[in-house]
Design a protein around this ligand. Structure first.
Ligand code: HEM
Ligand SMILES: *[C@@H]1O[C@H](CO)[C@@H](O)[C@H](O)[C@H]1NC(C)=O
Ligand SMILES: CC(=O)N[C@H]1CO[C@H](CO)[C@@H](O)[C@@H]1O
Length: 322
């Protein structure tokens, strides 16, 4: 009986806290779906783990989807929306080419809709799926508070200024990430997301000609050979262990084997080189800094109340009810 009373007291406290937070303040919380969809996190984890077990490269796709979602219009699943007739969505933009993992998100959403219809947002699914994908391939675990709402806007040109170009230098990256409240350490650690996955030739061939001084010669010629043979659809992995979440990415920057300009610049610039060296030497410290960065990333420009909804399908906005 006493336990029940205490629980009621606790619930009232939580409600007061939520009310005090008010609109405009990010009201994310742990176990947000505890009442309405208690197995939500478990369902996300199990679909992600099946998918990544079947194809370990999907971990990269899921992590990148969450990043692209949060940097454009905030974490509101805008990256998942298909284009409406006559327009182009974020996923059609050049910066989005080669985004992957949409089917995994669809499968999670279908499973959740069957269990608890209209409860779990696509934006929360993306945040949880990215975390689980990282964990599955050897990366760190971190808590993902929930309560994000899904947005209704997805326009290709929004990506142009919001997403970093692979040709930016360290100062420009610091500035761009700074606009979202990230410090330099967050930015370098988050770039370590490139411990997973691949980039396609158009993202890095321009630098093969112009950046010889910061590019290992053997590495450069093997990239050139790959792209001469395979053209624009050929790709190269960011590091030698592209399906394992580890610190090898930073070690390779020290060896001048960074794939993108925006990767190598982190080692070449005095503002960031110290961090690269630290992460290369101490993987645990990289993991710690990465989880800090992901925690901030998952809270960029959250939609509150009317500005967001719980999408029924992650690919289309809900029909207006009026
Ligand atoms: C620092 C600025 C960043 C730039 C300039 C950048 C740019 C890029 C580019 C150009 C690609 C390859 C696209 C292609 O050619 O197919 C890529 C892939 C990727 N990015 Fe980033 N990115 C940045 C930050 C991040 C962050 C913060 C994360 C996540 C924490 C991330 C995760 C990934 C992953 C996992 C891939 C591989 C995707 C796959 O294999 O399917 N990136 N990024
Ligand atoms: C970095 O890029 C910016 C913008 O393109 C440029 O103004 C700046 O001079 C560059 N900084 C360095 C150190 O190259
Ligand atoms: C320009 C480009 O490559 N666009 C792609 C964006 O992503 C979608 C969905 O994966 C692709 O179908 C487009 O071709």
């Amino acid at each position: 009986m006493g336990a029940v009373k205490n629980l009621v007291k606790l619930l009232i406290l939580v409600e007061v806290a939520v009310a005090l937070a008010g609109p405009g303040v990010a009201a994310l919380s742990m176990n947000y779906y505890g009442m309405n969809c208690p197995f939500a996190e478990y369902i996300v984890r199990s679909v992600v783990s099946d998918a990544v077990m079947g194809d370990p490269t999907l971990a990269a796709g899921l992590l990148r989807l969450h990043f692209h979602d949060c940097f454009v219009q905030g974490c509101d699943a805008s990256v998942l929306l298909d284009a409406a007739p006559g327009s182009k969505a974020e996923k059609d933009a050049l910066a989005n080419k080669s985004l992957r993992g949409f089917e995994v998100i669809d499968k999670i959403k279908d499973t959740l809709e069957a269990q608890c219809p209209g409860v779990v947002t696509c934006a929360d699914i993306l945040a949880l799926a990215a975390r689980d994908a990282v964990l599955m391939v050897g990366g760190p675990y971190y808590d993902v508070p929930q309560g994000r709402r899904d947005g209704r806007r997805s326009v290709d040109t929004d990506t142009l200024t919001a997403l970093p170009s692979p040709f930016l230098n360290a100062s420009a990256l610091i500035t761009l990430f700074g606009t979202h409240g990230f410090n330099v350490q967050d930015m370098v650690a988050l770039s370590g997301g490139h411990t997973l996955g691949v980039a396609h030739c158009p993202s890095f061939t321009p630098r093969l000609k112009f950046e010889a001084s910061t590019l290992d010669a053997g590495f450069a010629s093997s990239l050139a050979a790959t792209c001469n043979k395979g053209g624009d659809s050929a790709s190269a992995t960011f590091d030698r262990t592209s399906t394992a979440f580890d610190g090898v990415y930073f070690k390779e920057l020290q060896q001048r084997r960074g794939l993108l300009s925006s990767d190598q610049t982190l080692y070449e610039s005095p503002e960031t080189q110290r961090l690269v060296n630290m992460f290369a030497m101490n993987q645990g410290y990289f993991f710690y800094a990465f989880t800090q960065g992901m925690g901030k990333m998952g809270q960029i420009d959250l939609k509150e109340g009317d500005r967001g909804e719980v999408r029924k399908s992650c690919r289309v906005v809900n029909k207006p009810s009026w």
